[in-house]
Design a protein around this ligand. Structure first.
Ligand SMILES: Cc1cc2nc3c(=O)[nH]c(=O)nc-3n(C[C@H](O)[C@H](O)[C@H](O)COP(=O)(O)OP(=O)(O)OC[C@H]3O[C@@H](n4cnc5c(N)ncnc54)[C@H](O)[C@@H]3O)c2cc1C
Length: 253
C-alpha cells in the first residue's frame, strides 16, 4: 500500500487529473531527501514503474504537480534494475517545484513522466566545455555515467553563491575542472565567462560546448562562440529556465 498522498502539491486535485496521471505518468515514491545546504535538495525516488526504463545521461524527468503542471529535473543517476533515480533540485525560492523541494518528505508518492530526451550527453565528444548554473549541477554529475566519463571536461557555472554551489558539487562528486562565477548586476559576470570561454576555444577549436541553465546566458554565450568561429554543430543549447516563465520543458538545438 502507498502511504497517504502528500501535501502540498504533487497531489492530483480532481478526477480528470487523477485519470490523466494514471494514464500517462509513472508512479514513484520519495526514498530519500538530503538537504545540501539551504539551497539544494538531493532527492532519491524509487518505483516499480521506473524499473527497466531506458535512461541516457542528460535525460530529464518531469514531476507532476496539481493542475497538471510538470517541472523538469535531470537525474544524476538512474538504476533500471531497482527503479531508483536521484536528482539535485535547486530551491530558487519561487514556484511549485521549488516550494515542494523545500518541504519534500520521505514516503511521499508522486507522478512523473520520463526519463525522456532533453540532452544526449553520451553523444558528446571530448574535449567538452559544460556551462550552466545551479539547475545544471545534477546534469554535470550525470556526465560521469557517459562512456567518456569526466575525462577532458571543463565546467563553468554562474551562481548566486559560489560557496553553496561548491558544497553541492562536492556532495555529488564534481570537483575537478570547475570554475564558479558569482552573478553580478546586469550580468557583468558574463563578460568574464565569455572571455575565458573564447580563449579556451581558440586554444582547442575542436571542443564541444554544452550550454544549459538560464536562457539569456545561453543565448549570449552561443553568439560569442559562433563569433569566435565555432560551428553550430559543436554547440548544444538546452535552456532550463528563463526569468518570468514557468515550467520550461527544455529545447535542444
Ligand atoms: C530539461 C531540464 C532539466 C532541468 N533539470 C534541473 C535539475 O536537475 N535541477 C534543478 O534544480 N532544475 C532543473 N531544471 C530547471 C527547473 O525545471 C526550473 O527551475 C523550474 O522552473 C522550477 O520549477 P518551479 O515550479 O520551482 O518554478 P516555475 O513555476 O517554473 O517558475 C516560477 C518563477 O521562478 C523562476 N525560476 C525558475 N527557475 C529559476 C532559477 N533557477 N532561479 C531563479 N528563478 C527561477 C521562473 O522564471 C518563474 O519566474 C531543469 C529544466 C529543464 C527544462
Amino acid at each position: 500500500m502507498f502511504s497517504p498522498m502528500p501535501q502540498p502539491s504533487t497531489v492530483p486535485s480532481g478526477v480528470v487529473e487523477s485519470m490523466f496521471h494514471r494514464l500517462v505518468s509513472r508512479r514513484a515514491r520519495v526514498r530519500e531527501v538530503e538537504p545540501v545546504g539551504d539551497a539544494f535538495r538531493l532527492i532519491t525516488l524509487v518505483g516499480e514503474d521506473l524499473e527497466n526504463r531506458r535512461w541516457v545521461p542528460g535525460d530529464m524527468i518531469q514531476i507532476g504537480f496539481a493542475g497538471l503542471a510538470g517541472r523538469a529535473y535531470t537525474p544524476l543517476s538512474f538504476d533500471p534494475r531497482t527503479g531508483t533515480t536521484t536528482f539535485l533540485g535547486y530551491v530558487h525560492g519561487h514556484g511549485i517545484a521549488s516550494s515542494w523541494l523545500a518541504s519534500a518528505t520521505i514516503g511521499e508518492q508522486l507522478f512523473l513522466v520520463g526519463p525522456r530526451s532533453a540532452l544526449d550527453l553520451d553523444a558528446v565528444n571530448r574535449p567538452m566545455i559544460f556551462f550552466g548554473d545551479e539547475t545544471s549541477l545534477g546534469t554535470a554529475a550525470a556526465i560521469r555515467a557517459t562512456p567518456g566519463g569526466m575525462r577532458e571536461v571543463a565546467f563553468s557555472f554562474e551562481v548566486e553563491s559560489a560557496e553553496a554551489s561548491r558544497v553541492a558539487l562536492e556532495r555529488i562528486g564534481v570537483m575537478s575542472g570547475v570554475t564558479l562565477t558569482t552573478r553580478e548586476p546586469e550580468d557583468r559576470h558574463l563578460d568574464r565567462i565569455e572571455s575565458d570561454l573564447t580563449r579556451a576555444l581558440r586554444a582547442a577549436p575542436q571542443t564541444r560546448c554544452i550550454f544549459t541553465g538560464k536562457a539569456s546566458s545561453i543565448q549570449r554565450l552561443y553568439k560569442a562562440v559562433r563569433r569566435a568561429g565555432i560551428s553550430a554543430k559543436q554547440v548544444t543549447n538546452v535552456a532550463y529556465w528563463e526569468p518570468g516563465r514557468k515550467g520550461f520543458s527544455g529545447v535542444q538545438r
